[in-house]
Design a protein around this ligand. Structure first.
Ligand SMILES: CC(C)(COP(=O)(O)OP(=O)(O)OC[C@H]1O[C@@H](n2cnc3c(N)ncnc32)[C@H](O)[C@@H]1OP(=O)(O)O)[C@@H](O)C(=O)NCCC(=O)NCCS
Length: 157
């Protein structure tokens, strides 16, 4: 499945707000609109594209260590990773996570690792991240509002 990842401009962010997840999945990511409302200078919005169609969204957070003490100051974090509900179950999430490492190595040169947390009740996302090369560190992050989360890490260098 050929997907491309790229940073979103302001207009494309408005398009991204049209991406949705099922109501029962919202507990894991919230909505794109909510995420875009809390961006700040360190959170960079990105799209997952199938040809020219935006099918997914994620944020690269270059200040992840401010919130999470398991990572180093220069490491990256991924937030609000989602595939639009109409496009889920087709392998696009896997394709996007597989594309993530080469994309980040080029887009954020010199960074050692990227981190994320995934709810223990979200095996689909966990599997997807594993397929992209993320390793479960074995640590659990307990600070989320929806229960414990696995801490996963992908080496970039
Ligand atoms: C998680 C998410 C990104 C996966 O995207 P997707 O395009 O549907 O995933 P894919 O079709 O690429 O499937 C990836 C793998 O997960 C597996 N999978 C999917 N749902 C699963 C489940 N409930 N339990 C176990 N494995 C599951 C698939 O079978 C596939 O593995 P396989 O190749 O070995 O068969 C998507 O479901 C989503 O956006 N969910 C809502 C938001 C969310 O939870 N984001 C993660 C926040 S941490």
């Amino acid at each position: 499945m050929g997907v491309t990842l790229r940073r979103l401009g302001r207009d494309e962010c408005q398009l991204a707000a049209g991406l949705t997840v099922a109501p029962e999945q919202r507990v894991y990511t919230g909505t794109v609109t909510e995420a875009l409302a809390g961006m700040g200078e360190f959170r960079h919005p990105h799209g997952v594209f199938l040809d020219e169609t935006m099918v997914g969204f994620f944020i690269v957070d270059s200040a992840f260590a401010v919130e999470f003490d398991f990572c180093d100051a220069n490491d990256l974090g991924i937030r609000t990773f989602l595939i639009d509900s109409q496009h889920q179950g087709l392998g696009l999430g896997k394709a996007a996570t597989v594309a993530l490492r080469p994309f980040l190595v080029t887009a954020f040169p010199g960074v050692s690792a990227v981190w994320l947390t995934v709810n223990c009740r979200n095996p689909g996302a966990y599997r997807c991240y594993e397929q992209g090369g993320f390793s479960d560190t074995g640590a659990l992050y307990e600070g989320g509002s929806a229960g414990p989360q696995h801490v996963m890490r992908l080496a970039l260098s």
